[in-house]
Design a protein around this ligand. Sequence first.
Ligand SMILES: [Zn+2]
Length: 495
Amino acid sequence: MNDTLKWLVHAIVCGVVVALMCAGADFVGMPVGGVKGLAVVVLQLVSIALFWCCVMVALLAAGKWVAGIVVGILMTVGGALGYFRCVWHYSFNASMFDILGAVSKGTTMAMTTWQLVVWTIFAVAVGELAVWVGYRFYSLNYKTWKTWSIVAVAVVAVVLFLRPGGRMYGPLTHRIPLNVVYEYKEYRAGKYEVANVRERLDNVVAPTEDSVLVVFVIGEATRADNLGLNGYWRETTPLLSRREGLVSFENMWTDICYTNGSIPRIMTRADGNNPDRAYSERSFIDLFSQCGMQTAVITNQNIERQYSYFWNEADTLIVVNKGRDVYNYCKWLDEDVIEPYRSVVAGMDEGLVVVHCIGSHWWYKAHYPDNMEHYKPVIHSRIVAECDSMAMVNTYDNTIRYMDWVVNNMIVSLENRKAILIYVSDHGEALGEEGKWLHASDCIGGHRTASFVWLSEKYREARPEVWLKFTEKRDEKIKTDEIYGWIKDMFISSK
Ligand SMILES: [Zn+2]
């Protein structure tokens, strides 16, 4: 074997080691059903390994010290994050940078267990061994065009792998260890958005009605058709269906079918004609603040830069379940918002509480407790291609039935108060129509988003005209773009 070939073999060995020791942790516990799913997972891992092999071709050519140091850093980060991922089920995301800045010395010490240290040292040792031993078998000739051509091809391949919008961009940047860089960029972008102060709309003067508590629940991927409330063949909303004072808007429509685009449209004056308002104006949370009312946001999702500004407009911001992301398959439940929600609501006479749920986000099984698995059989693979259609719908419907339980629980805290709860999902979900599943792809199931309001008895008595208006809207075609206007008209007096 000539030296060039040995160099490439060395790069492959190191690349596979980095891929397995780092990104491999993200695949541990990934639900896969059969051969098809296994093939998809293997293909993903091979693609990730191929990327790291290309990186290693260039690094090894840069010399043993450069390769040794970079691999050492990758394996330290990858080893530690892999440990947290596998043992504590913690995924690294942008909110971690805030946590890292805030944790005390004692907490840091408590988290640094001997198992973590031993595993990280082991990961670094394996990486370094792969780098240093390999060098003993060859020496690279830097005087030939062949060596430089191979380096050039590897660098171009790395750039293509990381091309934003490319097929591998998400799988690489969301996985260990590159997720640290990606999440840091997101964190900085979020900070930038929040620091970039937006002008207040100056025509707001006072609340229209004293002492009303408004709870605004943003659902996730709840499609209107699958609600028992809207006549679905299954009773997926047994608790909400029994509620008096509840109106469901069966024909609510969102123009945008993905979270980061849809939420800014719900929260601001933005609409199809003025989409840029979502990124230059404040949300309706600020309308309440301008009237001197208390505001709070409780979120069970990672705060993305597209709406981080709005969440920071609130007096109180509570984030539950930090350390979850879409590549994490363990339980991530909306019941975790209930406790902070109860204490926030108990401390407020009037004002606005926004709750952002994880709702019916894919991987559905993570988003309802096992004892609430009402519809069976359910899916067992995260690879959509090998999931049975009916099992997909069953699993999805379990998340809807769980939403019913969660939101009903929120209503219980408001029963004897002058209060209103408004529920709007950010978008719907495709459930096999035209062969499409999940969301973000354009299909009618994604646009038809669930929405309903519940008014307490006291509030219906105090504002019968509001109740009447909602009942009149029941069958209307409404867009989520109109919600800002609704809220402003209902609760705020303008000049
Ligand atoms: Zn969403």
